[in-house]
Design a protein around this ligand. Sequence first.
Ligand SMILES: NC(=O)c1ccc[n+]([C@@H]2O[C@H](COP(=O)([O-])OP(=O)(O)OC[C@H]3O[C@@H](n4cnc5c(N)ncnc54)[C@H](O)[C@@H]3O)[C@@H](O)[C@H]2O)c1
Length: 399
Amino acid sequence: MVKALLLENLHPLARQILGAAGIEVESHTSAMDEDELIEALEGVDLLGIRSKTEVTGRVLKERPDLTAVGAFCIGTNQVDLATATELGIAAFNAPFSNTRSVVELAIANIIAMARRLTVRDKALHNGVWDKSASGSHEIRGRTLGIVGYGNIGSQLSVVAEMLGMQVFFYDTDDKLALGNARRCSSLEELLDSVETVTLHVDGRQGNAGIFGEAQFARMRPRSLFLNLSRGFVVDYDALRDAVVSGHLAGAAVDVFPREPKSRGDRFDSPLRGLDNVILTPHVGGSTEEAQEDIGRFVGSKLRDYVQTGSTSLSVNLPTLTPGHPVHAQRIAHIHLNTPGVLAHVNQVLAEHDVNIGAQVLATRGHSGYVVTDTDSQLTSDVIASLNAVPETVRLRILD
Ligand SMILES: NC(=O)c1ccc[n+]([C@@H]2O[C@H](COP(=O)([O-])OP(=O)(O)OC[C@H]3O[C@@H](n4cnc5c(N)ncnc54)[C@H](O)[C@@H]3O)[C@@H](O)[C@H]2O)c1
């Protein structure tokens, strides 16, 4: 029986999905350290974690029989993906499950800044009735500049347009403009065109400090700025100066270069205490809906990999989505991506008189993955010969 170990209090949907597929599930509420994890992984096929459990190279090398790791979150930095790939261990995450949550926080922030809601709220809590229309604006008809038009940026584009905003975007890749959004050919063109700038770039190293004094200076006077992407992409001292000088009318920041580790820890930033600056503790993607979707998404990926060999949206293996087997048996063969492996596999099958019903191959970097459906059951001889193909990294036989 396939066995799954789920750590860090994953959403119950993950357990339900795996359990319904006949997988034995053991759940724990907390993370585990390296030694605890190595011990707990004995006899385990599937591991589910969030961001606190480090799946190091040592863990994987000590438990090379692990079939797959599911990171029930967005990032996969906590998993040694290079070692996982070397050992043929599939890794999955949930890249889109919290996209909508981030978009909704961005929209909430834009409206809150345009209406100076946090300033009004603070005044009233302090007993001051500050009723005035001055400096308050509708967002309808206003221009929004989105930097990074990926999952989040492009969805924000659609929702912002529905609210009557005019959207401009800049992406280093050539992206399809959704709805009436207008593509800008440079960051400078975007900064010249809009009244609100929001960053949704990814965490590649080259993005460190891409937004600083020069970019804030180029923004239109009294415009608004948001960063819900990565802390290290913005110079927050420069943002503070731009707000204090009155050049920017407001800012909303959800991500910081150094974030406290645990709930309740002390937080410091040059942005603390500024009027119309909304600070949130990296909660853009943190909603109950996102957590549920992550449980469903990664739970289904692990189940499908076990049942069908599908590596759809795996973060480390070549992508194949072979569907449910209709032939006698399925061979899921992860191998080194070198010339002649497919011929070698097929030669073994031909020599043992095994007819191939269907076959698909994909490669990614140094890895190759071939899924072969056979018309007859495989004998232990065939399986041993396939295992003996020198480039074989991992062989699974699925019924
Ligand atoms: N605040 C939160 O809680 C939260 C939650 C989820 C994601 N995020 C972060 O939001 C960001 C966007 O996530 P996503 O899922 O949309 O990522 P994504 O990979 O789908 O999109 C990123 C886009 O940015 C573009 N890009 C990269 N560098 C650029 C640059 N210098 N200038 C212009 N475009 C650039 C890429 O081409 C890509 O289209 C990521 O950094 C992610 O970590 C934050």
